[in-house]
Design a protein. Structure first.
Length: 265
């Protein structure tokens, strides 16, 4: 039985889902080490969705998606349907918290999102919102038609909106691409934290890429004495790091600029 402390409707109506699978179970130990170190009194029930394996911690409630052939979005939909709350914070298993969570700010942002009847609130501005919210200096709105409107960063979702945006048979990248388009069919606001305002839910983005450990995440684990199994998963090479940096800092911004320019035309 998963229970949060539940001090208000905001807390009682929200759960936290860590989406994973058995093949990424080597990320669970570092994930939950950092999670409970930097958010020891998390007020939300914490769920971990995977296949058959179980993480042995009484603070974590397992959701077993037992069919290993289940695709990513079908498993995601199944897990969300098993969570009783009306809203859910979704994290991936390789998002390692890197600083104490500012819980009061997180709760206040969720309360604002609920007041706005928002469908989505992204806690890290990757990518940033399109326009600031006039009545909240921390948040901005993500316009309909914006790429990565439903990005896979840590985010609070109204569950019924998430279930609409998800589509069985898609992988995480298809969800970001096609799910962002489906999100434009909804009337609810999509919100994101703005840049340069501080992150109340700050984490390493992301510890595993292309099936390999990011060197920065490895250094982070070594700092806290967490031993990783490098026979199971290798560390990313310098070339892979360079390619990732090029895509993030050059290729992706240029593609975004071109899309916006085309829309203006």
């Amino acid at each position: 039985m998963c229970n949060g402390s539940g001090e208000s409707n905001t807390l009682e109506d929200t759960s936290l889902l860590v989406l994973s699978c058995d093949s990424y179970s080597d990320a669970w130990e570092p994930f939950f080490f950092f999670f409970f170190r930097f958010w020891p009194a998390c007020p939300f029930p914490v769920y971990l969705a995977s296949n058959h394996l179980t993480y042995p911690d009484g603070r974590v409630c397992m959701l077993h998606i037992e069919d290993p052939k289940t695709d990513w979005s079908t498993g995601f939909l199944w897990a969300v349907s098993r969570i009783p709350s009306r809203n859910v914070i979704v994290c991936m298993e390789d998002y390692f918290l890197s600083a104490p969570v500012q819980e009061q700010t997180v709760v206040a942002l969720i309360q604002y999102a609920r007041h706005r009847d928002a469908g989505y609130l992204r806690f890290v501005p990757i990518p940033p919102p399109d326009a600031p919210c006039a009545d909240n200096p921390l948040l901005g709105e993500i316009h309909k038609g914006s790429p990565y409107r439903s990005a896979n960063q840590a985010a609070w979702w109204k569950k019924e909106v998430l279930q609409h945006v998800l589509k069985a048979g898609e992988d995480p990248w298809e969800f970001e691409r096609y799910g962002s388009a489906r999100s434009s069919q909804r009337d609810e606001a999509f919100l994101s934290l703005r840049e340069n305002v501080g992150y109340p839910l700050d984490y390493y983005t992301t510890a595993i890429r292309k099936g390999m450990w990011e060197p920065g995440a490895v250094a982070m684990c070594e700092q806290y004495g967490i031993r990783l199994d490098f026979k199971r998963r290798k560390v990313m090479t310098r070339y892979s790091q360079w390619r990732r940096s090029f895509n993030a800092n050059v290729k992706h911004p240029v593609k975004q600029w071109l899309r916006r320019w085309i829309r203006k035309e």
